[in-house]
Structures are given as structure tokens and as C-alpha cells.
Design a protein around this ligand. Structure first.
Ligand SMILES: Cc1cc2nc3c(=O)[nH]c(=O)nc-3n(C[C@H](O)[C@H](O)[C@H](O)COP(=O)(O)OP(=O)(O)OC[C@H]3O[C@@H](n4cnc5c(N)ncnc54)[C@H](O)[C@@H]3O)c2cc1C
Ligand SMILES: *[C@@H]1O[C@H](CO)[C@@H](O)[C@H](O)[C@H]1NC(C)=O
Ligand SMILES: *[C@@H]1O[C@H](CO)[C@@H](O)[C@H](O)[C@H]1NC(C)=O
Ligand SMILES: *[C@@H]1O[C@H](CO)[C@@H](O)[C@H](O)[C@H]1NC(C)=O
Length: 358
């Protein structure tokens, strides 16, 4: 049996989900190693995953990026239904999702009657709100069966599962992707789930400021305001409080939370979002959050490429790199779809075996 290592760079939600999807299809003699600067046992501003909401909100639209993401999101929704039912400690919970629009974009109104839209898979759980259900200032609204995730709990859960199934980890900061080929014996394949990673000119950040409060809530609500701003509340399952958000600020590198943003977010939440009566319009703040969504023009880069690597013997050989980064604000929602496509690329290239290992 030849020893061979497959390396996954990154332990964010994309790296962890991808590693788990690959792990089921390893051939005898292959081992899987996650190399990352940050793992779920830590936080850092350039590690997006712990800072997310995170909830499901279908995004209608016809651009190739949106259509591809909708396909990934449907698959991910199905997997999360299984996880919520079978793994209660994962921190994934289904609940009512509500959206309010002060000024509904036409593509949302069209999508609701389109059998191929991003809404179609929601079935009977999807319905338009009646005029009587719309709060003041809201022209249109919908509700559907959504899920919410407690990101730090969920990512730690994925990592634990990976390690229990024999996966290896290494805490390391790569200066170049090619370095990954030298971190274990006979690395033939590297999967690049580095989020923002190593300066792809198409990659950029979208700053998000939110506020985590102790107040519990049982519904996730998103409101798109007429001025283009967003307000949302996202419960964190397993008593993790509620995320009150949030900003979407492309190219803004300010790592500090702004007090005036916090004040606006909480004032809007007090007006618009359902909290238990004892909250009484007051919030018990746990902390401000600033995160950087790892976005990319055109969306996720998902492709395989062949690279030449110089070995210790001076010989050059061809190796495989599969890229999976640039998820922007939807890393959780598309995670299992992306993982499935990476697995598909590796099956196509014969790196993995079709039959799932037991
Ligand atoms: C405020 C906010 C709200 C959000 N809400 C939602 C939501 O509701 N739904 C949703 O789906 N998503 C949401 N997101 C987006 C989500 O957080 C991201 O899409 C997701 O976390 C991206 O995951 P990732 O694995 O690609 O990247 P990351 O989590 O950033 O992980 C990157 C990994 O690569 C490693 N790495 C990078 N460079 C190197 C290097 N040189 N050497 C070694 N390792 C390296 C890092 O250490 C890390 O392990 C939100 C984000 C924010 C900020
Ligand atoms: C490395 O792995 C490949 C694929 O399994 C195998 O063909 C090759 O013989 C291995 N090389 C060494 C030096 O083990
Ligand atoms: C965090 O987890 C990684 C990966 O399992 C490990 O290598 C590292 O030592 C851990 N760090 C701390 C501070 O526990
Ligand atoms: C790996 O991903 C990063 C983005 O995180 C990108 O900038 C880089 O170009 C990729 N590496 C290679 C060798 O293409």
C-alpha cells in the first residue's frame, strides 16, 4: 500500500465540510490532513466562520452566480435537515424564517411564482404574508421554514467528527499554496479552502458588524430597508443568544466595532423584531462582532488545476489543486453543495474512490 496524503487548506466552514465529504471516499493508504492558520478553537478577524449569523435566506435571481449558489443551497438545506434531526449537538435548528421588504426588488416578486426559482424547494412552508401581517413601512413579506446555525458550536462539531474518523490536523500559516505539498509525505492533492487566502485579485472583503445579545428569540427575521440597509435577527441554537445585524460594507477594513452602528442595529431590532416579553425593548449585550466575509467577483472559485511541484529529489511532478474559496456572505448556506462539487472533481480525476468507506 502506498502512503499518500491529501491536504485541505483551511478550517472554516468550507474546509471542514469539504474535508468530511472527501473523508468518506478515501482509498486505502490515503490520509487526509487539514492545514490551517486558525481552527475552531480560536478567533481572528481574518477567519470568517466564527463571526457569521448564520441563517438560511434563499436568494432569487438569474445571474449564473446566483443560480449556481441556489443549487448548492438546496443540497445544503437537505443535509442540514438530516443534521438537525440526527445530531442535536451540532447547533443547527430549523425554525420560522420571515422576510420583510420596504421596497421589494422585482426579482423576488417574480421568483415567488417561478417553479425553478431559489424558493421552489421550500414547498408548502413558503407563503406570502397577508397585508394584515405586514408591519408598518413594509410593502411585501414572506415566511418559510429556515434553519439557524450556531457557528462556533457547529464548526467545532465538524472538526470533532473529522478527527474521530481519523483525520489529521496541523496548525500552520502557509506563505504559498505550493508549501502545502511539503507538509506531509507524498502530498498529491491540495484543496484550497483558504477563504480570503493569498491575494487573488478578484477576492475582496465585505465587512459585517453585528451585535450578539443574550435575549432569546424563536424566529429569524430579515428586513431589507428602502435605503439599501439590512436588519436581521438570527437566534443561535443551544442557548447561544441572538445575533442582531448587520452591515454589508465592501472593502471596509476597519476591525473596530462602531458604537453608532451598534446603537442603530439595536434600536431597529427593538422596533421590528420579536423577542420574549421580558426583554421589554432592552438588550443584554454579550459582545459586538466585526467579521470579514471572504467575497469574490463572480462568486466562489471552484475548479481543479494541475501544478508542477519540485520534489526533494529535484524532480518536477504534476499535482492537483482544487480551489474552493470566495463564499462571501453565504459560506454556511452553500457549504455542503460546494463540498459535494469538490468531491466530484476529485472523483473525476481518480483521486478518490466512488464507493464510500464505512
Ligand atoms: C457578520 C457576518 C454574517 C454572516 N452571516 C452568514 C449567514 O447568515 N449565512 C451564511 O451562510 N454565511 C454567513 N456569513 C459568511 C460566512 O461566515 C462565510 O461565508 C464563511 O465563514 C466562509 O468560510 P470559509 O471556510 O470560506 O473561510 P474562513 O472561515 O475565513 O476560513 C478560512 C480558513 O483558511 C485558513 N487560512 C487562510 N489563509 C491561510 C494561510 N495562508 N495558511 C494557512 N491557513 C490559512 C484560515 O486560518 C481558516 O482556517 C456571515 C459572515 C459575517 C462576517
Ligand atoms: C504517492 O502516491 C501515489 C498515489 O497513491 C502513488 O502512486 C505513489 O507511488 C506514491 N509515492 C510514494 C513515494 O509513496
Ligand atoms: C487548536 O486546534 C488545532 C487543531 O486541532 C491544534 O493543532 C492546536 O494546538 C489547538 N490550539 C489550542 C490553543 O488549543
Ligand atoms: C488559493 O486560494 C487563494 C485565495 O484564498 C488564492 O488567492 C490563490 O491564488 C490560490 N492558490 C493558487 C496557487 O492558485
Amino acid at each position: 500500500m502506498t502512503a499518500e496524503t491529501i491536504v485541505v487548506i483551511g478550517a472554516g466552514v468550507l474546509g471542514l465540510s469539504t474535508a468530511l465529504a472527501i473523508q468518506q471516499h478515501l482509498k486505502p493508504g490515503q490520509s487526509l490532513l487539514i492545514v490551517a492558520r486558525e481552527f475552531p478553537n480560536t478567533t481572528s478577524i481574518n477567519y470568517a466562520s466564527p463571526w457569521a449569523g448564520a441563517h438560511y435566506r434563499p436568494a432569487p435571481g438569474k445571474s449564473p452566480q446566483v443560480v449556481r449558489e441556489a443549487r448548492w443551497a438546496r443540497h445544503t438545506y437537505d443535509i442540514f435537515q438530516k443534521i438537525a434531526a440526527e445530531e442535536p449537538a451540532a447547533g443547527v435548528e430549523f425554525m420560522e424564517g420571515i422576510e420583510h421588504f420596504e421596497n421589494p426588488p422585482q426579482e423576488y416578486l417574480d421568483a415567488i411564482r417561478d417553479p425553478d426559482s431559489a424558493y421552489a424547494h421550500l414547498g408548502d412552508s413558503l407563503r406570502e404574508l397577508s397585508p394584515a401581517e405586514l408591519p408598518e413601512g413594509v410593502k411585501w413579506g414572506i415566511r418559510y421554514w429556515a434553519y439557524c446555525i450556531n457557528p462556533p458550536v457547529y464548526c467545532a462539531h465538524l472538526l470533532r467528527k473529522f478527527i474521530l474518523r481519523g483525520g489529521q490536523t496541523k496548525e500552520y500559516t502557509l506563505a504559498s499554496l505550493l508549501e502545502a505539498f511539503h507538509l506531509a509525505s507524498n502530498v498529491t492533492t491540495v484543496v484550497n479552502c483558504s477563504g480570503l487566502g493569498f491575494a487573488d485579485p478578484k477576492s475582496f472583503i465585505i465587512r459585517g458588524q453585528t451585535c450578539l445579545v443574550r435575549n432569546p428569540s424563536r424566529t429569524t427575521v430579515t428586513r431589507q430597508n428602502a435605503d439599501g440597509s439590512w436588519s436581521f435577527s438570527i437566534p443561535r441554537p443551544l442557548e447561544g443568544g441572538t445575533i442582531i445585524g448587520g452591515t454589508k460594507q465592501p472593502h471596509d477594513w476597519n476591525p473596530e466595532p462602531l458604537p453608532e452602528i451598534r446603537a442603530t442595529l439595536l434600536a431597529n431590532a427593538a422596533k421590528w423584531f420579536p423577542f420574549t416579553p421580558e426583554s421589554n425593548g432592552q438588550f443584554d449585550v454579550i459582545r459586538d462582532i466585526v467579521g470579514r466575509r471572504p467575497a469574490r467577483e463572480g462568486g466562489v472559485r471552484l475548479e481543479a488545476e494541475t501544478v508542477s511541484v519540485v520534489g526533494t529529489d529535484g524532480q518536477t511532478s504534476n499535482r492537483v489543486v482544487v480551489h474552493a474559496y470566495g463564499a462571501g456572505g453565504r459560506g454556511y448556506e452553500i457549504s455542503w453543495g460546494v463540498a459535494e462539487d469538490v468531491k466530484g472533481l476529485l472523483l473525476e480525476r481518480g483521486v478518490l474512490q466512488e464507493r464510500a468507506a464505512l
